[in-house]
Write a protein that binds this ligand. Structure first.
Ligand SMILES: NC(=O)c1ccc[n+]([C@@H]2O[C@H](COP(=O)([O-])OP(=O)(O)OC[C@H]3O[C@@H](n4cnc5c(N)ncnc54)[C@H](OP(=O)(O)O)[C@@H]3O)[C@@H](O)[C@H]2O)c1
Length: 221
């Protein structure tokens, strides 16, 4: 039975990943900031991904485990209403800590557990909004730059750990009806996670470092 670990499992896409992988018979290790405040019934660890102490604690607790697929899902959008003259810089730093530094730190803390597994895959939830070549519009510098930087970091990480046979996959989940995506988003979480699980299932180490959407289509950097 393969094992998956999911960050940010309390709601949205993370919660749906838990539901679907449980349904598929995987061992699911959920992590979230406040396990007691969720309806999760699987193994669940308290993890605030933006807190290095919290990340180290989970890394130590799971150091003897084999994690086939690590899903770095936790993320925030940050402020939406600002322009070139009104950028909230403090909040920009906070978004970078959660969307860029945190998944890289989680990946490092759990690298040994992933390397010990059969599938050896680290997934990172990115966004097409981080695609510079994808033809996106202006604005939203904070969220866009956090995901563009994540793409750059993971692309480099993939090259560094290729020799260990540990792979990386950057995924855009689509525009999804969650708290972040809003109720008028294009697709529901079931459709998005069903698609991403298929992309994960089809993935092989030859594709390490690629950036794809939930239907498996490559996205320009
Ligand atoms: N929805 C979309 O349309 C869309 C599109 C592109 C990319 N994405 C990406 O997909 C991922 C999931 O998005 P979503 O739509 O499911 O968002 P969401 O509904 O807002 O849920 C975000 C999840 O991340 C968790 N989280 C935030 N900060 C955290 C922290 N410091 N430590 C641990 N957990 C933290 C939240 O936990 P709490 O309950 O504790 O707040 C929550 O479980 C994100 O990385 C997002 O950027 C989403």
């Amino acid at each position: 039975m393969p094992t998956v670990l999911i960050t940010g499992a309390s709601r949205g896409l993370g919660r749906e990943f838990v539901r679907q992988y449980e349904g598929a018979g995987w061992r699911v290790i959920a992590t979230c900031r406040d396990p007691a405040g969720t309806d999760l019934t699987c193994e669940c660890h308290a993890l605030d991904v933006s807190d290095p102490v919290s990340v180290d604690a989970v890394g130590s607790a799971l150091s003897g485990e084999a994690i086939d697929v690590l899903i770095n899902n936790a993320g925030i959008y940050g402020p939406r209403d600002y322009g070139p003259d009104s950028v909230p810089y403090d909040e920009w730093e906070s978004v970078l800590r959660t969307n860029l530094l945190a998944p890289m730190r989680v990946a490092a803390a759990l690298m040994g557990s992933v390397a010990r597994s059969d599938r050896k895959l680290m997934v990172f939830l990115s966004s097409i909004m981080g695609s510079i070549g994808g033809g996106g519009g202006g604005g939203q510098y904070i969220y866009r730059s956090s995901k563009a930087a994540l793409n750059a970091a993971v692309s480099a990480l993939a090259k560094d750990i290729r020799q260990k046979d540990v792979g990386c996959l950057l995924l855009h989940p689509g525009w999804v009806q969650t708290d972040m995506g809003g109720s008028s988003a294009a697709i529901d979480a079931v459709t998005s996670v069903t698609g991403m699980r298929q992309v994960i299932e089809d993935w092989s180490i030859d594709e390490t470092g690629m950036f794809r959407d939930y239907a498996g289509e490559p996205i320009p950097w």
